[in-house]
Design a protein around this ligand. Structure first.
Ligand SMILES: O=C(CO)COP(=O)(O)O
Length: 145
């Protein structure tokens, strides 16, 4: 397991969960609270409110997902302001803003942002060497730096 003083670079981490996955994300955040507290956190409105209420971590809130929060996070990725995204989307329920969800996932792929969509991938990412490397925004057309 990583130690706190192993962390060399602060990351901008986006946290997002659909309603059916919010408890899972909250539990993951609680489990990793110490490490996460060393980074800059942001997320969609309702997800952030829940995490702040339960953990007191400082997190910047965008709008709620269905009200445009996914699009705001997508725009932040385009602007190079997000290093990675934890997005627990719910495979068992449909979302009114499904086009926004798709657009956000598309933008994350286009800009080569690591995305964790479940607990095991989120664990993997948070404990990987990626945490010690600086995110360099790549050319979305050919991946060049
Ligand atoms: O809908 C979401 C992501 O698509 C999450 O939005 P909330 O965090 O506001 O529930």
């Amino acid at each position: 397991m990583r130690k706190l003083n192993d962390i060399k670079k602060q990351k901008n981490i986006a946290l997002i969960a659909h309603d059916g996955k919010k408890v899972q994300l909250l539990n993951w955040v609680k489990k990793n609270k110490e490490i996460l507290s060393k980074h800059f956190l942001c997320g969609t409105g309702t997800t952030v409110r829940m995490i702040v209420e339960e953990t007191s971590l400082p997190i910047m809130a965008f709008e709620s997902g269905p009200l445009g929060g996914d699009q705001q996070i997508g725009a932040s990725i385009v602007e190079g302001k997000i290093d990675f995204m934890i997005f627990f989307w719910d495979p068992l329920s449909s979302q009114p803003h499904d086009p926004d969800v798709k657009a956000l996932l598309r933008i994350a792929v286009l800009y080569d942002i690591p995305v964790a969509t479940n607990v095991s991938t989120a664990d993997f990412l948070l404990n990987s060497n990626y945490m010690d490397t600086e995110y360099i925004r790549k050319n979305p057309e050919d991946g060049s730096v």
